[in-house]
Write a protein that binds this ligand. Structure first.
Ligand code: NAD
Length: 482
C-alpha cells in the first residue's frame, strides 16, 4: 500500500497551485487523525478558475470539436480511473471512511459515467422545422459555457464524474468545487483530464469552504450554469445566487425515501435491499432507504430479519475491508456520526424503539452501529428529517392508501420503492408516489442510463440518462430566408 501525499493542491488553468485562503486539514474518519493538507481556495482563486474556463470555452477548443472527438476524450477519462483504481480507492477510503470495496464500486460508477456520456456526445442533435418554401430553419444545441459544479462529501468522485462527464461531452468547460472534508480523490479527475489531452483550463478544481469559495463560485457572473448536489439550505442559497445572475441550475438535494413493503413481498430478498439501501456508505446516500413502511401482517418478521442483518454487519476501518461482504466503514466525521446518534436518541424520547444498533462504537473513529428503529410514527422528526447515517425507521400501514399517504408525507421526493408480488398494485403505487424514481422489487434498480432527480424539496433538474444532457445545452434556432 502506498502512502498518501502530505499536501494536495488546487488545479487552475492547467497548473497545480496553492490556495489564497491557506490550507485545510483532511482527517481520516476511521482514526480521527490528520491524513493530509489541502490548499484552500479564496474568492480570487475562484475568479482565476472561472476566467480560465471561460477563455477555453470562448476559444472553441472544446465546443468546436466534432462531438465524437470530445466523446473519445470523455470515455478515455473513465478508462484512466479504472487503470488507477487501486490507488484512487485507497485515497477515497482514507478520506471518506467507506470500505475499500465500496470505493472500488464508487470509482467504477464514476468511470461508467465517462463511458456513458462519452458515447452520448455525438447524439446531441437539433432538428429542422418546416417554415414553407422560402425558409430553411434548424436548431443547434450549444453548450452554456462555464459549468460550476459544487460537490458533496459522500460520493466525491462519482458525483463529480456525473456532472463533469455530461458537461464535457456537450462541450462545456468546468470549475469543480470539491467538498472540503473529502477533496483528495477529485485530484484524479484532473489527472484523467490531463492524460486524455483536454486543453489546460478546460477543467479546474478548487477546494474551498462552502461559505467562501462555494458562494463565490455560485455567485460569479461569468459562470453560465450551475450543478449542485448537497443539502436543501445550501441548494436554496445556490438557486438564489443563480437567479441573481439569471443562470440555470440543477439541484440534487436530500431525501427521506420510503420502501412500501406489502404483505406478499419476498422478505428474504428484501434483506438485500435493506443492506444496500441503508447500510451502503453507512447510510450517507441521498437516495437511501431511510423509511420502511410495512404492512402490519408482516411487520414482526420484517423487523426480525432486518435487525439480524444490521447486527451481522462488522463495523470498522474501511481500509481493512477490501472484500465485498457483511461490513460497514466509518461515517465521514465525528460530527455527522454524533448528529445521527442524537437523532436516534430524540426518536427514542418521542416513542420509537431500537431494534438494532443505535449507538456509536466505543473506539476512536466516526463509527456508528447499523440501526433499526421501530414504532416510528409519521409525525415524529425521525420520520421526516434526513439522518444521513445508517438508521432506518420502520412504520406500519393497514391499507394501500395509508401506505401512499405516509410515503408522500415528507417535503422530499427523491426516490421510492414498492415491494409486492402484485404487479398491478406495484404499478398503481409507482404512479401515486411523488418521487423522481421508483424502484419495484429492487432498491436501486436502474443505472447511469436512467434519469435521476427530485420532486419537491429534493430538488429539480435531472442527472443521469439522456435527460441530463439537456441540462448542459441550450437551443439556438437559426432561420434562413431563402
Ligand atoms: P452541503 O450542502 O453542506 O455541501 C455540499 C457542497 O456545497 C459542499 O461542497 C459545500 O462546500 C458547498 N457549500 C456549502 N455552503 C455553500 C454556499 N453557501 N454556497 C455554495 N456552496 C456551498 O451538503 P453536504 O453536507 O456536503 O452533503 C450532504 C447533503 O447532500 C445531504 O442532505 C444529502 O442528501 C445531499 N446529497 C444529495 C445528493 C443527490 O444526488 N440528490 C447526493 C449526495 C448528497
Amino acid at each position: 500500500m502506498q502512502s498518501i501525499e502530505a499536501y494536495w493542491q488546487n488545479h487552475i488553468d492547467g497548473e497545480w497551485v496553492d490556495g489564497s485562503a491557506g490550507r485545510i486539514d483532511i482527517t481520516d474518519p476511521a482514526t480521527g487523525e490528520k491524513l493530509a493538507e489541502h490548499a484552500l481556495a479564496g474568492a480570487d482563486d475562484v475568479d482565476r478558475a472561472v476566467q480560465a474556463a471561460k477563455r477555453v470555452h470562448l476559444s472553441g477548443a472544446l465546443s468546436s470539436l466534432r462531438p465524437v472527438e470530445r466523446g473519445r476524450m470523455v470515455t478515455a477519462m473513465g478508462r484512466y480511473l479504472l487503470d488507477n483504481i487501486d490507488e484512487i480507492a485507497q485515497v477515497l477510503t482514507l478520506e471518506q471512511g467507506k470500505p475499500l470495496w465500496e470505493s472500488h464500486v464508487e470509482i467504477e460508477g464514476a468511470a461508467r459515467y465517462f463511458e456513458y456520456y462519452g458515447n452520448q456526445a455525438e447524439t446531441v442533435e437539433g432538428r429542422s422545422i418546416p417554415l414553407g418554401a422560402n425558409y430553411f430553419d434548424f436548431t443547434v444545441m450549444e453548450p452554456y459555457g462555464v459549468s460550476a459544479q459544487i460537490i458533496p462529501w459522500n460520493y466525491p468522485i462519482e458525483m463529480t464524474a456525473r456532472s463533469l462527464s455530461a458537461s464535457l461531452a456537450t462541450g462545456n468547460t468546468a470549475v469543480i468545487k470539491s467538498p472540503e472534508m473529502t477533496p483528495l480523490s477529485c485530484a484524479y479527475l484532473i489527472k484523467a483530464a490531463e492524460a486524455v489531452g483536454l486543453p489546460a483550463g478546460a477543467v479546474n478544481l478548487i477546494c474551498g469552504l462552502g461559505s467562501e469559495a462555494g458562494a463565490a463560485l455560485s455567485g460569479h457572473e461569468d459562470v453560465n450554469q450551475i450543478v449542485f448536489t448537497g443539502s436543501v439550505p445550501t441548494g436554496i442559497a445556490i438557486a438564489t445566487a443563480a437567479a441573481k445572475n439569471v443562470v440555470p441550475c440543477i439541484l440534487e438535494l436530500g431525501g427521506k425515501s420510503a420502501a412500501i413493503v406489502h404483505g406478499d413481498a419476498d422478505l428474504e430478498a428484501f434483506e438485500s435491499d435493506v443492506r444496500w439501501g441503508i447500510y451502503f456508505n453507512a447510510g450517507q446516500v441521498c437516495s437511501a432507504m431511510s423509511r420502511i413502511i410495512v404492512h402490519d401482517s408482516v411487520h414482526g418478521e420484517l423487523v426480525s430479519r432486518i435487525s439480524s442483518l444490521a447486527d451481522s454487519l462488522s463495523v470498522g476501518p474501511g481500509i481493512d475491508r477490501p472484500e465485498f461482504g457483511a461490513n460497514m466503514g466509518a461515517m465521514v466525521s465525528d460530527a455527522q456520526r454524533d448528529r445521527a446518534c442524537e437523532m436516534v436518541s430524540q426518536a427514542v424520547a418521542a416513542g420509537a424503539k431500537v431494534a438494532a444498533g443505535g449507538r456509536k462504537l466505543n473506539q476512536p473513529g466516526a463509527f456508528m452501529e447499523p440501526t433499526v428503529l421501530t414504532d416510528v410514527t409519521p409525525d415524529m422528526d425521525i420520520a421526516n428529517e434526513e439522518v444521513f447515517g445508517p438508521v432506518v425507521s420502520v412504520l406500519k400501514f393497514q391499507d394501500d392508501d395509508e401506505a401512499i399517504e405516509i410515503a408522500n408525507g415528507t417535503p422530499y421526493g427523491l426516490v421510492g420503492g414498492v415491494f409486492t408480488a402484485d404487479l398491478d398494485r406495484a404499478t398503481q403505487s409507482a404512479h401515486r408516489i411523488r418521487a423522481g424514481q421508483i424502484f419495484v422489487n429492487e432498491w436501486y434498480a436502474g443505472g447511469v442510463e436512467t434519469p435521476f432527480g427530485g420532486y419537491g424539496k429534493s430538488g429539480y433538474g435531472r442527472e443521469k440518462g439522456r435527460e441530463a444532457l439537456w441540462n448542459y445545452v441550450q437551443t439556438k434556432n437559426i432561420a434562413i430566408k431563402l
